[in-house]
Design a protein around this ligand. Structure first.
Ligand code: URA
Length: 461
């Protein structure tokens, strides 16, 4: 292992045999954490070429078992994000595509670095059960049409180990490591179609379009070569996605989204059907709505990025399922099938929402604009790290997450702001003076108020 680390440190290409040895040693626990992290850091500095990257992906996918859905009829489709702040789209997309007749075998991860993870959001649902037995997973696909689970010990175990180490050693944002991590899980799902949401911006691992394109190309090429028809959307991740961030509250927001009435559907009707102007409440959720709908369309009809008729049909069908209540019903059926208690989650969220509504000073802290102007920029990475510090994510791989810690955005990107108006607020059950100080210190640097109306980047890049 020492030699392998030294070779990568010197910028040399690792052979297939070396990569297999590393992945095997990681899986069996033979290689100590300090050697694994030294190699990860060397990869961060020296990178891997296309051949090394696909060997690493293959070896990590082969480190555990593969799911077998040959007994499931229908197109199997999944979506995965490269990681963002406030990104809850998987929770709507799995039941939406299942309602549209697709089969969605989704394996998701916990939060990574400053980003949130679908698994941590699902863990906020009382009773939600992450089962892994093949026969039960097949049954889920044949009945409700979807499931969302985490990695069991035997699904890509090498990734599980490496993921936890990357999370806490600043070795996340490297293209080969991200490609291998995501695809090692996705390639075990026996998929036909994969849609990747490659996040780009201050709250993403890829901070500019050039890097996001390189990651999208890497993932699409590696996955297509491995036989999964893969499309990537590059989407903006400059402001937290949606109105809320935090595990309980985001899951609640996702469930609200699925309802056949309310602000999320109304925003989609205006954006995609009526082409009408959004009001300020709608502007607060517009990026979440637009990105979720575009991902759903791409999942239902991969050709829709180039075939306008296919796109129109897919959009009409998805909007119909949303309006009719089929999306919400499917979401409830999926959570129930995994023994989750939707009402229990809603009750937990209600406490947070009540505290927000009352601006209860014992639990809620507002960050107020230091000057008048326009809300022009958010450093979402800093916001994500703030949430981790407050307990919503992990600093060490063994940390527990506090699922109630919540953040609400109160201004939309580009909105005019008066001095002293609240830009965002935080909810924490045991809020301390130090937490408030920290919110102030982070937000002072992370949230920018400009003098003139800013140009806000498009959501779909
Ligand atoms: N999601 C993953 O599963 N792995 C990464 O490296 C980033 C996002």
């Amino acid at each position: 292992m020492n030699e392998i680390i030294a070779r990568k440190k010197a910028g040399l290409k690792l052979t297939k045999a070396e990569i297999d040895r590393v992945v095997k040693g990681v899986t069996t626990g033979e290689i100590p954490d300090y050697q694994i992290t030294a190699l990860l850091m060397a990869i961060c500095f020296q990178g891997m070429d296309v051949e090394e990257r696909s060997q690493l992906t293959r070896a990590m996918a082969e480190s555990g078992k593969r799911l077998d859905f040959s007994a499931v009829k229908g197109v199997k489709v999944d979506k995965h994000s490269t990681g963002g702040v406030g990104d809850k789209t998987s929770l709507m997309l799995a039941p939406w595509l299942a309602a549209a007749g697709r089969k969605v075998p989704m394996i998701s991860g916990r939060g990574l670095g400053f980003t949130g993870g679908t698994l941590d959001k699902l863990a906020a649902i009382p009773g939600y059960y992450f089962e892994h037995e093949q026969a039960r997973l097949t049954a889920h696909l044949n009945t409700t049409g979807c499931f969302i689970i985490g990695q069991s010990a035997d699904i890509a175990p090498a990734d599980k180990k490496i993921y936890a180490l990357r999370d806490v050693t600043a070795t996340v944002d490297e293209i080969s490591l991200i490609t291998a991590s995501i695809l090692s899980k996705k390639l075990t799902e026996d998929l036909d179609v994969l849609v990747m949401d490659v996040k780009c911006g201050s709250g993403a691992f890829m901070q500019n379009l050039k890097d996001a394109r390189a990651l999208a190309t890497s993932i699409a090429n590696t996955a297509n070569k491995a036989g999964v028809k893969t499309t990537c959307l590059i989407t903006a991740m400059d402001f937290p996605l949606g109105r809320y961030t935090g595990n309980t509250i985001e899951t609640w927001e996702a469930f609200e989204f699925c309802k056949p009435t309310g602000i999320y559907l109304e925003t989609a009707e205006k954006l995609f059907v009526k082409k009408a102007k959004l009001n300020r409440e709608e502007l607060l959720v517009a990026s979440l709505v637009e990105i979720t709908v575009e991902l759903a369309v791409a999942m239902l009809e991969p050709a829709s990025r180039t075939n306008l008729k296919a796109r129109k049909n897919a959009l009409a069908s998805l909007m119909g399922l949303w309006r009719s209540g089929a999306l919400r019903q499917k979401m409830e059926a999926w959570v129930k099938a995994q023994l989750g208690d939707v009402a229990g989650l809603e009750k937990k969220a209600e406490n947070i929402l009540k505290a927000f509504a009352a601006n209860d000073t014992k639990t809620v802290y507002n960050y107020r604009a230091p000057a008048a102007g326009y809300f022009s920029h958010a450093d979402s990475r800093a916001i994500g790290n703030l949430m981790v510090d407050l307990g919503a994510g992990r600093k060490k791989s063994t940390d527990a997450v506090v699922d109630q810690v919540s953040l609400e955005m109160l201004k939309y990107p580009g909105e005019p702001v008066k001095k002293g108006e609240s830009l965002l607020r935080i909810y924490k059950e045991d809020l301390q003076a130090n937490d408030c100080k920290q919110v102030d210190a982070v937000c002072k640097l992370a949230l920018k108020i400009g003098k003139s109306k800013p140009k806000i980047a498009k959501n779909i890049l």
